[in-house]
Design a protein around this ligand. Structure first.
Ligand SMILES: Nc1ncnc2c1ncn2[C@@H]1O[C@H](COP(=O)(O)OP(=O)(O)OP(=O)(O)O)[C@@H](O)[C@H]1O
Length: 485
């Protein structure tokens, strides 16, 4: 019963920006919700907004009792006496083995991002965590370092599982995990990482799993459930479960019931740690509450929430062009000519069922055909969409990653988690249907954490849909400048 729970709910709301004079409405609202949750969930600690087992980053916890002026003064003092930034080594020792830290540095990760700096100590402390931070803020490395701190390569059992929504994201996470794990020294056992993804060869994976279980598995939920149903591996020995792009998984009618089932099974494991990650968690207070109620996380789960007021990176510049439907292709072409992107992703909305039934060609096909005949620049034109077979999807991504500039035409499939840091421009050929989609599409650019470069998101809008863009602007609190061609 809710009234007898002594749950400790900790929400850390962090902003990398100095607070403004009048805190935005959204932020206050989120604070109020946190207070209400503490009241209803914590009968013994009624007056504590941020009940916690030990004081975590006290200056950064936004408490309702600190005035904005005080916050500004505190922040100014911190800036004035700011020591050298902490390195990964400072934060990760002694949790992460030395050879992994060496690898992290070799790959080029020296200074942690904000989310890494704040979340890693919490994770190393054994807390379950909801990593809720902007796109490109380094959530992947955060949870991978936790995993590499906990997995014991000497034990021949599955110890960590990362669940992702798409094959493409799974391949990317697997690559980073393998890169960090490195090759084992002679005589040493390795941190084997298996990708168990849609479109893979399940039979081969099954034999591998039986012969020598990998320590870390990156999986899409469909494949994972098949393996669990066939008892090919068990969850008992697991130390960490990560659900990446968690809001997407919970919002997907195809995936949600399997994810819930997995979380429920995992909740009975001893010695477990759970991490949820995403740049967007709508109704996050409700989500945290559900996690605790359903026992998907422990009671002292920490919601690390970065930049709640500014859900998109500040290096993004947003623009829009209003035009008639029949001029959209031509407008896009003019934009490509004037912007001369190094590489770009052009997002197109998925074809509606009605349009499919009417036998219309998908917008992606029409756009690709148009670009192939009209675009005279040097960028390679590529397509990535759900309806393609897995081999063609892999081929597109491979071509992108092999270097050279690209113009990738894609539906929502490329919007989640895909990390292509060389993308300088995003074009929304169709306005995203939801604000959440806007966040993730826009977040495919501006993915170099310590770079000052500005990246552009341009929306091609027909006048009837301008209100949708305005709605996203209000909800996400950004300014989208109108340009005229
Ligand atoms: N500490 C760091 N120093 C330099 N680069 C980093 C660091 N951490 C992450 N990166 C790089 O930043 C980029 C974005 O990281 P990552 O993919 O983890 O972001 P994310 O928060 O998971 O984004 P999304 O929400 O879009 O999935 C990657 O190219 C990654 O290699």
């Amino acid at each position: 019963m809710v009234s007898i729970l002594t749950t400790q709910l900790l929400t850390i709301t962090l902003s990398s920006k100095k607070p403004t004079n009048s805190p935005p409405r959204h932020f206050n609202k989120s604070q109020q919700l946190n207070i209400r949750f503490s009241f209803s969930l914590n009968s013994t600690n009624r007056n504590r907004t941020v009940p916690n087992s030990r004081p975590l980053l006290p200056a950064l916890i936004h408490s309702s009792s600190i005035s904005t002026q005080q916050q500004q003064q505190q922040q100014q003092q911190q800036t004035e006496t700011k020591p050298n930034p902490l390195s990964f080594r400072d934060i990760c020792q002694p949790h992460v083995p030395d050879h992994i830290l060496h690898r992290v540095e070799e790959v080029g990760y020296v200074v942690p991002t904000d989310v890494q700096r704040e979340a890693l100590p919490i994770l190393f402390d054994g807390h379950d965590c909801i990593l809720h931070a902007q796109t490109g803020s380094g959530k992947t490395l955060t949870y991978l370092l936790l995993i590499l701190s906990l997995v014991n390569p000497q034990r021949s059992t599955l110890q960590a599982l990362i669940v992702v929504p798409t094959r493409e994201l799974g391949m990317q996470v697997t690559k980073v995990a393998r890169m960090l794990a490195g090759k084992p020294e002679l005589e040493q056992k390795s941190y084997t990482v298996m990708a168990l993804l849609d479109g893979g060869m399940l039979r081969r994976h099954k034999s591998w799993l039986k012969a020598e279980p990998p320590k870390i598995v990156v999986a899409t939920i469909g494949c994972l459930c098949q393996m669990l149903e066939r008892n090919v591996f068990k969850l008992e020995s697991m130390r960490v479960l990560v659900i990446d792009e968690v809001d997407f998984m919970f919002n997907s009618s195809k995936q949600v019931s399997s994810v819930r089932k997995l979380l429920t099974s995992y909740s009975s494991c001893n010695n477990r740690q759970t991490v949820f990650a995403s740049a967007s968690i709508p109704q996050h207070n409700r989500f945290v509450y559900d996690c605790i109620q359903q026992k998907w996380t422990k009671r002292d789960v920490v919601h690390v929430h970065f930049n709640p007021v500014k859900p998109m990176p500040s290096c993004l510049v947003h623009k829009h062009v209003v035009c008639g439907k029949e001029r959209k292709h031509q407008i896009l072409l003019s934009l490509l000519q004037s912007d001369a992107p190094e590489s770009a992703i052009i997002f197109v909305n998925e074809q509606s069922e009605k349009s499919k039934k009417a036998g219309n060609a998908p917008s992606t096909t029409l756009l690709i055909d148009f670009l192939k005949t009209s675009y005279e620049g040097s960028l390679e034109i590529l397509l990535l969409e759900e309806d393609m077979n897995f081999n063609s999807r892999a081929a597109s991504l491979l071509e992108i990653r092999e270097g050279g500039g690209y113009l990738l035409v894609s539906t929502e499939i490329a919007a989640r988690g895909i990390d292509l840091p060389e993308t300088t421009h995003i074009y929304n050929f169709d306005v995203p249907r939801t604000a959440v989609n806007y966040i993730h599409r826009a977040g495919r650019t501006g993915r170099k954490p310590f770079s000052d470069d500005k990246c552009t998101v341009t929306n091609v809008v027909i006048s009837e849909e301008l209100f949708v863009l305005k709605r996203h602007e209000n909800e996400l609190m950004f300014n989208c400048e109108e340009i005229f061609l």
